[in-house]
Write a protein that binds this ligand. Structure first.
Ligand code: PA5
Length: 433
């Protein structure tokens, strides 16, 4: 179970209650993108089963690697879940090994991807809501060609699945033409809120994890977050972070003490950054992995510019046990730790850091998670999505658009010579001289 520990003032609870009313009443800006609120309970059995069936079919066929192609909201949720649920060193894989592509334009990365898959049985899932995003489209060209060359067009069609809009976009037309199976991303669910659609469910199922438990956890959290109450965790978190922001704490750091949660941080950064960073406003979302980054960012956090607050994701129960043993020589002087669980040291590091940062002027709140499993991850995803909707409405922005993302694309297309961008191209080149 996910719980929160933040102490916002009455005034900010009031603001969050208003924003909560706007979100749940579906009356705010961008309210045609609220389908994610209903996903945990309304996801049809056909979608869940459809994802599980493909996972089984490909596993039975001997597929060793599934390349999941997408960027932003079309990959970060699945990546976060798989990093959290998988063995840190790749052991004990339950399902198919999932790798990601299409989230950068690096020639090296994609060439090395081909090196990696060329002698393995491979399948691919291409995910793009718009169906026109350059990065996944380019990566898909590369992977599609590879799969078709190895297996022929007809077998390739059974090894490729597309997740996209139901009607629009190049990916939908391509899938219809090539006979790929498709899953639909609902019109009313934006990319960064889509982890509980097949965007997240299919890759997570392919890797062998329990997507029903994920949805169940999300549904339980959605119920808690639909209550107009000062106990509503999303509301409390949204209130606290806006209060910090208004008090001059412009940067929020999401902290974990478990490297498995690194990509939850990446997913969270997109969710909040893209939803709130607009109209000259918004908390800048950053993330760190502790204790690792205490040895790199710790100094700044303790004593640098006082514009920071921290939200710690604290996992209460470790998934494994390891006890520190006695060393008769005790050259490192650490025998006082003998018999202690390593996680106890981690918890004491967490508690010590909390106090040190509070003393250093970095306010802190905590999101506690029972353990890392599918159910708790479902709760966590839903909790942050609900909080993001409320928080952005407190801030006064539309959480569900991202107009600023277009700026780099226009310049890139002009520089690449895309037809229709000729006029801008010359001016842009001059500016780069
Ligand atoms: O949240 C969003 O809408 C974006 O970050 C998208 O997820 C991202 O740009 C990928 O878009 P698409 O799925 O259309 O390829």
């Amino acid at each position: 179970m996910v719980n929160v520990n933040f102490k916002p003032s009455k005034a900010y609870i009031e603001k969050a209650l208003n924003a909560f009313g706007t979100l749940q009443g579906r009356q705010g800006r961008g309210n045609d993108f609220l389908g994610w609120l209903d996903l945990p309970s309304d996801t049809p059995e056909s979608i869940v089963k459809g994802c599980e069936d493909i996972a089984k079919e490909w596993k039975d066929k001997g597929v060793q690697v599934a390349v999941v192609i997408g960027i932003g909201g079309s990959y970060l949720g699945a990546k976060a879940a798989l990093e959290a649920l998988s063995h840190s060193f790749g052991l004990n894989e339950k399902g198919i090994h999932v790798v990601f592509a299409g989230f950068n334009l690096s020639e090296e990365y994609h060439a090395e991807l081909i090196d990696y898959i060329q002698d393995k049985s491979v399948a691919a899932v291409v995910i793009s809501k718009s169906g026109t995003t350059t990065e996944p489209a380019v990566a898909f060209r590369v992977v599609k060609e590879h799969i078709e060359e190895r297996y022929g067009k007809s077998e390739a069609a059974s090894r490729i699945v597309a997740v996209t809009d139901k009607a629009r976009g190049a990916l939908k037309s391509l899938s219809d033409q090539e006979g790929y199976r498709t899953f639909v991303i609902p019109d009313n669910v934006g990319g960064r809120f889509s982890v509980l659609t097949p965007v997240g469910l299919l890759p997570i199922a392919l890797a062998g994890y329990d997507i029903r438990a994920l949805l169940k956890g999300a549904a339980a959290m959605a119920r808690r977050c639909s209550e107009r109450s000062e106990e509503n965790p999303a509301l409390i978190y949204a209130a606290a972070r806006n209060e910090h922001y208004d008090a001059g704490k412009k940067v929020e750091i999401l902290v974990n003490f478990n490297p498995k949660l690194q990509y939850v941080g990446e997913w969270w950064k997109q969710l909040f950054g893209e939803s709130e960073g607009k109209e000259g406003k918004g908390i800048f979302p950053a993330s760190v992995n502790f204790t690792t980054d205490l040895h790199s960012m710790g100094q700044y956090i303790q004593e640098g510019e006082r514009m920071l607050f921290e939200t710690v994701i604290s996992v209460e129960n470790a998934g494994r046990e390891l006890v520190i043993t006695n060393d008769p020589q005790n050259l490192d002087g650490l025998n006082f730790l003998t018999g202690m669980h390593l996680e106890h040291c981690n918890k004491m590091a967490e508690a010590g850091t909390r106090l040190a940062h509070l003393d250093g002027g970095v306010p802190q709140g905590r999101v506690t998670v029972d353990r890392i499993d599918e159910y708790n991850l479902g709760e966590l995803f839903m909790f942050f999505e609900e909080a993001c909707g409320i928080s952005a409405y407190v801030l006064g922005v539309n959480p569900f658009d991202q107009p600023g993302v277009e700026a780099y694309k226009k310049n890139m297309f002009a520089l690449l010579g895309k037809p229709g961008y000729e006029a801008q191209a010359e001016a842009i080149r001059k500016r780069l001289e």
